[in-house]
Design a protein around this ligand. Structure first.
Ligand code: CA
Length: 230
């Protein structure tokens, strides 16, 4: 079954170009010109990935994304989002990722780059559903609750395991401490945010002998991200 994409873009020429290109690549593509129409489509049909323009009339793509991640139902919170932006500077990219984007492309982009990013993100989402994450020599298997680095077993406690699995399932995305508590601990827990720092330290310590402690990176003023790139 072809993956189903939703393209949210207000400029008709741009929307048709992107949608047409992705249809040619074999995807099923739905289109929305604003945030209201994007919500309707999300509620009415299966969407596997959203391409979201940042600048939209009325509510921005950024506001839509924040609402989706905070107030969406479980499937909506998880749907992969690529933010399309004309803002290439670092603070805005970090802001977009912090709001819950999985990736971003900066206008103007080539159709080839866009297809590659869509493909990569869909693959990552499929891996996360398969409960097995592999990155940089690290294998995290949720079914057996085991973590290995290049074949060597790493011992982690249950919370440490959930934290690492969650971060590694969404590589290169920045998460605040509150978001990590929500996602790795559960929605109704009332734990101090510094607990996250404690658990992150433990996971790093467990990964350190295997040279993998650098995968969990501190993003000052925001929180943490998992990345196998430097
Ligand atoms: Ca726009």
């Amino acid at each position: 079954m072809a993956a189903s994409l939703l393209v949210v873009e207000d400029e008709p020429a741009m929307r048709e170009m992107v949608a047409g290109n992705l249809r040619e690549a074999g995807y099923e593509v739905r289109e929305a010109e604003d945030v209201a129409s994007a919500w309707r489509t999300l509620r009415a049909s299966r969407v596997d990935l959203v391409l979201l323009d940042w600048m939209l009339p009325g509510a921005s793509g950024y506001e839509f994304l924040r609402r989706l991640r905070r107030e969406g139902d479980p499937a909506e919170r998880e749907v992969p989002v690529i933010l399309v932006t004309a803002r290439a500077d670092e603070p805005d990219r970090v802001r977009g990722l912090d709001a819950g984007a999985d990736d971003y492309v900066v206008k103007p982009f080539s159709p080839r780059e866009l297809r590659a990013r869509v493909r990569a993100l869909l693959r990552r989402a499929a891996d996360a559903r398969a409960d097995r994450v592999e990155a940089g020599g690290l294998v995290i298997d949720r079914e057996s609750c085991r973590v290995q680095v290049r074949g060597v077993e790493v011992g982690l406690g249950p919370t440490e395991f959930r934290l690492l699995h969650f971060l590694a399932s969404h590589p290169d995305r920045v998460w605040s401490r509150a978001q990590l508590l929500d996602n790795a601990w559960g929605h109704d827990v009332f734990i101090e945010e510094r607990t996250v720092d404690v658990q992150v330290r433990r996971v790093r310590k467990a990964l350190a002998p295997h040279g993998a402690d650098g995968y969990i990176q501190t993003v000052r003023g925001f929180g943490y991200r998992f990345s196998v790139a430097d």
